[in-house]
Design a protein around this ligand. Structure first.
Ligand code: H5L
Length: 465
């Protein structure tokens, strides 16, 4: 496999909110909903745009516009210019922005000679090729006498002269979930396109940082702190450490027709009176989960051991719980407001003739348990983390992203992105799931797998549709 491609760095900038920003300082406590994500410091995504202009246009117009629009957007998204303050001995971590401390947002501009047309495609691509387009965020910016100062976000904008622009983000998950990050990108893009932040207030893209709406009457904060050690290894895998290279990435598109076909299959397979949640999300996840397990088995040179059939396989994802809290959090709540969900079933059942039904039903049950809990979404929150204790990562597939968010709406004035990739799926057993660029009601599934397994997966996936 080739090494990571190189880019030429053109400029390294530090962007500050504009001088007329009202707050010179902002501190936000870490809530219990942030705690599970405190160790995922390398969430990464990439937006690719067609840009049929020479490099001079990028240098003279695009760079100055992106700098001033980012500054104007940070006025509303101050925590992203700040840091996570992680106490070394005692005390609680917090998010903190301070003008006096000189807090700024890192923005890098670079140039690449890679083949842009190939990078933006769906076909198998070397996973290494995308990583040069993502900013490396230092683990700590500095250490003070009592805490580590940990950066929260960095952006790299790369020009492919006469072909394209890539915007790569590296984000610490403790500051925001996917909904908040997609809102921020839509806000920045809107300010860049229109040259003003005045329109933001009409679009629900002005974030709310009000932590008082996250009630914790049952002491979940203490519970989560105590339980985190037990699941640290598993949770940290999904966005820390080095990416596992020697992989290929492929995007699989499910059109509304494919999705309807999958829904019909479940409806035909399930018994009369059997209640299975049949939605785009459940059938897509159920289908990819079973194809993934079959592709793993297809790579085994020998017949798997008998008891493999009885091993429990797990499928993890999250539910947006803004509307589910009592009282609900606003849709523009900026931070983490997601609840982990875990589906499980026996290996033998999942790869059997009714495996797709079993998988879809298990995903649906995990949603019902959390989202439709009559006692409220937080009713069983004490078990959210311990549910995952002891799970082997080889038996776990997770989801990053969501088709509910407008990833392809991020228009900086150059049209909608040609491609949106969640690149952090290279770190662990993850699939990405976003709404389709081309098909209203369709989805894009991103996978990063060793080449032999990807070939097996692609064959099984196509045959089963
Ligand atoms: N639009 C359209 N239809 C809707 C909508 C909507 N907004 N809402 C409900 N519906 C209708 C549809 O008819 C649905 O049916 P169908 O899908 O078949 O058309 C139906 O209602 C059911 O939808 P539902 O949402 O109630 O149920 P689902 O589809 O079974 O989904 C689930 C359940 C719990 C998953 C869903 O409700 C949900 O919460 N989704 C959001 C999950 C979420 O927030 N995920 C993100 C986690 S954080 C970075 C790189 C990566 C990341 C971060 C970075 C990644 C972070 C994360 O992944 O750089 O910083």
């Amino acid at each position: 496999m080739d090494p990571i491609q190189k880019v030429k760095v053109l400029q390294k900038c530090q962007i500050s909110p504009p001088p007329d920003t009202k707050d010179e300082e902002l501190t936000l406590p870490i809530t219990f909903l942030d705690i599970p994500w405190l160790h995922l410091y390398k969430m990464q995504s990439l937006l690719l745009y067609d840009f049929p202009h020479p490099k001079t246009h990028f240098l003279d117009t695009i760079i100055p516009n992106l700098k001033s629009s980012l500054s104007l957007t940070l006025k509303h998204y101050l925590p992203l210019a700040g840091n996570l303050l992680m106490p070394i001995k005692t005390g609680k971590p917090k998010l903190h922005y301070s003008l006096a401390d000189g807090d700024t947002f890192p923005l890098i501009f670079s140039e690449s000679a890679q083949d842009f047309i190939s990078l933006k495609g769906h076909q198998p691509r070397n996973s290494n090729d995308l990583h040069a387009l993502l900013p490396v965020m230092p683990r700590n910016v500095r250490t003070t006498s009592d805490c580590k100062v940990i950066p929260l976000m960095a952006v790299q904008v790369t020009v492919f002269p006469s072909h394209g622009i890539a915007i790569g983000l590296t984000t610490h998950h403790c500051v925001a979930d996917a909904k908040s990050i997609v809102d921020f990108m839509n806000a920045w893009a809107s300010v860049n396109k229109l040259g003003t932040d005045e329109e933001l207030s009409y679009t629900n893209l002005i974030p709310s940082f009000d932590r008082s709406i996250i009630h914790d009457p049952c002491g979940l904060e203490d519970t989560f702190w105590n339980q985190m050690q037990d699941v640290l290894e598993l949770f940290s895998r999904f966005g820390s450490g080095p990416p596992q290279f020697n992989k290929v990435r492929v995007t699989f598109v499910l059109t509304p027709v494919d999705i309807q076909r999958l829904k019909n299959k479940v409806l035909n397979l399930r018994g009369l009176g059997q209640q299975t949640r049949v939605t785009t999300f459940t059938v897509t996840c159920g289908y990819v989960w079973t194809c993934m397990l079959k592709s793993k088995d297809a790579m085994l040179e020998e017949v798997p051991p008998q008891n493999d059939e009885n091993e429990i396989e797990y499928f993890s994802f999250t539910a947006n719980c803004r509307a589910l809290l009592r009282p609900p959090a606003p849709a523009n709540y900026f931070g983490n407001c997601i609840a982990p969900c875990l589906a499980k079933a026996r290996h033998g059942e999942l790869i059997g003739s009714e495996g797709f039904l079993v998988a879809t039903a298990a995903v649906g049950e995990a949603i019902d348990k959390r989202v439709n809990n009559k006692e409220g979404v937080l009713a069983d929150a004490k078990t959210w983390l311990t549910e995952s204790k002891g799970i082997l990562s080889e038996r776990l597939l997770g989801v990053s992203g969501s088709p509910r968010f407008d990833s392809y709406g991020v228009d900086f004035g150059w049209g909608k992105p040609e491609k949106y990739e969640i690149t952090s799926i290279d770190y662990a057993g993850l699939m990405s799931l976003i709404k389709s660029r081309e098909f209203e009601g369709g989805v894009e599934v991103g996978l990063s797998l060793p080449k032999i397994q990807m070939n097996a997966f692609a064959r099984i996936f196509e045959e089963g549709l």
